[in-house]
Design a protein around this ligand. Structure first.
Ligand SMILES: [Zn+2]
Length: 305
């Protein structure tokens, strides 16, 4: 059983309404691939493409919630996950779909808009994408600002409602401000900076602080975040797992593939069905207990609702 903490399927469905979630070859994750490859809980991010004007971004977020219902949840085998209980009650052939937000730019400075998205079933909120918004700065915003006063309010709301606070993409100073106050931190798709010094990755001190706050980290299959070479392999994924475990993360690690959000892929890990190649390697190297944890149980145990 696989719990994958991040994908951008909804963005692709938003951009091209003709794509079928059931079996399109334009998607890395389809219903068929989830069903055939051990998919159990998949997180679907509301990520609003950069070209959408700021005035239209909340509208776009709502449109993506609509797409999530019409195209993903409309499938009889797919169930909406809003709590651990929902995961526990999944039938053998059923798959859970969890709605997440990637970047708070769509709410502007309006906390009511955030409350609306939470009411619509968003249970994990990434504070930023790569750039600044009114909550915090993202990793590529040169000034590297931290959490704003409004951002502090947003994190407080996430705490009160037991929502995952996703630190992936956040600036380093935003990370430190947030880890102080977030009750349920996660880095849904980030790797180790020590092995691959990309600004999207987390330094050892950040990973340690995240683990200390009982947070979780999803190793991601983005070649540029895995290796400094031209390509990346499953061996690189394993190296990041090893490193995060060496910092004490063996019970708090999982995967956030970023499938459908990436154009370059890890060798032998080019779509959801290729998870099996990674699982074969995990099975070869680690105990059954560890493999079950990293694939599924660690994220489920830390899901705050
Ligand atoms: Zn992302």
């Amino acid at each position: 059983m696989i719990f994958d903490a991040h994908c951008d399927v909804l963005m692709k469905l938003f951009i091209d309404p003709d794509i079928s979630f059931v079996d399109s070859d334009k998607l890395h994750i389809t219903k068929r691939e989830l069903m055939d490859s051990g998919g159990k809980v998949q997180c679907f991010a509301i990520y609003i493409p950069e070209q959408v004007h700021s005035d239209m971004r909340f509208q776009a977020a709502l449109a993506m919630v609509e797409i999530f219902h019409k195209k993903v949840l409309a499938e009889p085998e797919i169930k909406f996950i809003r709590s651990k209980k929902d995961i526990d009650s999944l039938g053998e052939k059923e798959i859970g779909a969890l709605l997440t937000l990637e970047g708070c730019d769509c709410i502007g400075d309006d906390v009511l808009k955030m409350k609306t998205l939470l009411q619509l079933g968003v249970t994990s909120v990434g504070l930023t994408w790569n750039y600044a918004n009114l909550v915090a700065d993202g990793v590529l915003e040169k000034r590297g600002g931290g959490l704003t006063r409004f951002g502090t309010d947003v994190v407080g709301l996430l705490n009160v409602q037991s929502i995952w606070c996703d630190l992936s993409h956040l600036s380093e100073s935003g990370f430190w401000d947030t880890i102080e106050i977030a009750d349920f931190p996660i880095a849904s798709h980030s790797n180790a900076y020590r092995l691959c010094p990309h600004p999207r990755n987390l330094k050892d001190s950040q990973i340690k602080a995240l683990l200390k706050k009982n947070g979780t980290i999803g190793v991601t299959f983005v070649p540029q975040f895995l290796s400094q070479g031209k390509s990346a392999s499953i061996k690189d994924v394993i190296n990041h797992i090893e490193h995060i475990c060496s910092l004490g993360g063996e019970k708090q690690i999982g995967f956030g593939s970023d499938f459908d959000g990436i154009e370059e892929m890890v060798d032998d890990l080019v779509s959801y069905s290729n998870y099996q190649n990674l699982i074969d390697e995990l099975d070869r190297l680690y105990s059954t207990e560890f493999v079950k944890g990293i694939l599924f149980e660690n994220f489920v145990r830390h899901y705050p609702r």
